[in-house]
Write a protein that binds this ligand. Structure first.
Ligand SMILES: Cc1cc2nc3c(=O)[nH]c(=O)nc-3n(C[C@H](O)[C@H](O)[C@H](O)COP(=O)(O)OP(=O)(O)OC[C@H]3O[C@@H](n4cnc5c(N)ncnc54)[C@H](O)[C@@H]3O)c2cc1C
Length: 300
């Protein structure tokens, strides 16, 4: 690790952070430190960082906006990379839109509607980045990112640039399978022409639905569990009496049974225990094993 640090330090100077606390980078506001952390500002920087880490056999984790993560209290061993401002760019050519991996959905939705392009309205209110959204096949209100994706650009963990066409990607419910692990730098979307007023009305409608249903006043990471086939996780959790259930500083939200909120002092261990307790109770009462949508990351 210290050799990797020396190498990265030579290339990136003081931008390489040691023992960087990760809680502030997550919507849960939970998580221990990353051994090393680097925000990259170009594809070349990303290639160099990943190549160097792979040379020393050090694992790399890519952090997006941290809105679907439960990072362990011990933190993440190895290198954490994050895409910087230069990946927060949107290019539009006709009905094709190329968005950087660090673009936040709200901006992408606003920009595409302003350009009269339809296909991403469903993503209004998903607080993550384009890179994280692609990896999660983010979706809401009947829409999924996969429906609009034309191609993905990225850098493999060996530090090689790669472009993948739609046919090379496999999308499932809240998951994408790429031919190999990579950091997504750009996503190309194929959209269609739409009526601005109609799209704006749809976005307003979705905003209101979220505001009514979701806890907006306490740190959380969105839906904790995936909906099992033909059912809803929130419905099962509520039916099993888990709404409001609390462990330590973490509790299921009163507003939305499938959201766990950080009451202020939650540890990752509290949240993990609450997840496991809920899984066990729901399985015992209904026979259904809930699968976490939130990704557990780091050293447990
Ligand atoms: C209030 C709230 C509401 C939410 N509503 C929804 C919703 O309606 N629908 C929905 O699908 N999700 C929802 N989410 C969850 C979350 O916003 C999405 O899963 C989002 O796509 C995660 O993006 P992110 O950038 O935050 O990724 P992160 O949480 O940082 O990471 C998630 C995964 O993506 C990987 N990743 C991130 N960036 C990259 C990259 N550039 N290249 C490769 N891998 C990468 C990470 O390694 C990790 O495995 C919600 C979350 C919150 C807090």
């Amino acid at each position: 690790m210290s050799e990797l640090y020396q190498q990265l330090r030579q290339r990136f100077g003081e931008r390489v952070k040691v023992n960087e606390p990760l809680a502030p980078y997550t919507s849960f506001r939970i998580g221990g430190p990353a051994d090393l952390m680097l925000v990259v500002e170009s594809e070349q920087e990303l290639c160099d960082a990943l190549k160097t880490a792979s040379h020393y056999g050090v694992p790399t984790f890519c952090l997006g906006a941290g809105t679907n993560l439960l990072i362990s209290d011990r933190g993440v061993r190895g290198l954490v990379v994050k895409l910087g401002k230069s990946f927060d760019r949107i290019e539009i050519e006709g009905t094709n839109v190329k968005a950087g991996g660090a673009v936040i959905f709200r901006r992408l939705v606003e920009t595409t509607i302003e350009a009269g392009l339809s296909g991403l309205e469903f993503a209004e209110g998903i607080p993550g980045t384009v890179g994280g959204g692609l990896l999660m096949n983010a979706g809401a209100f009947g829409g999924e990112l996969s429906a609009a994706v034309a191609a993905v650009h990225g850098v493999t963990m060996r530090g090689e640039k790669l472009k993948l066409e739609r046919r090379e990607l496999r999308f499932d419910y809240r998951a994408a399978t790429l031919p190999e692990q990579m950091v997504i730098t750009w996503v190309e979307f194929a959209l269609s022409r739409g009526e601005k007023a109609l799209m704006r009305a749809r976005v307003e409608e979705l905003r209101a639905k979220r505001a009514a249903r979701q806890p907006t006043d306490m740190p959380n990471a969105g839906s904790v569990f995936k909906n099992p086939p033909g059912n809803f996780a929130a419905k099962l959790l509520e039916a099993c009496g888990l709404k409001d259930k609390r462990i330590g500083g973490a509790a299921f939200s009163q507003r939305h049974a499938n959201f766990i909120v950080n009451l202020g002092s939650a540890t990752a261990a509290d949240v993990k225990k609450l997840i496991e307790t809920a899984q066990a109770i729901v399985e015992e009462k209904t026979g259904i094993k809930l699968e976490p949508e939130v990704k557990l990351v780091g050293e447990w």
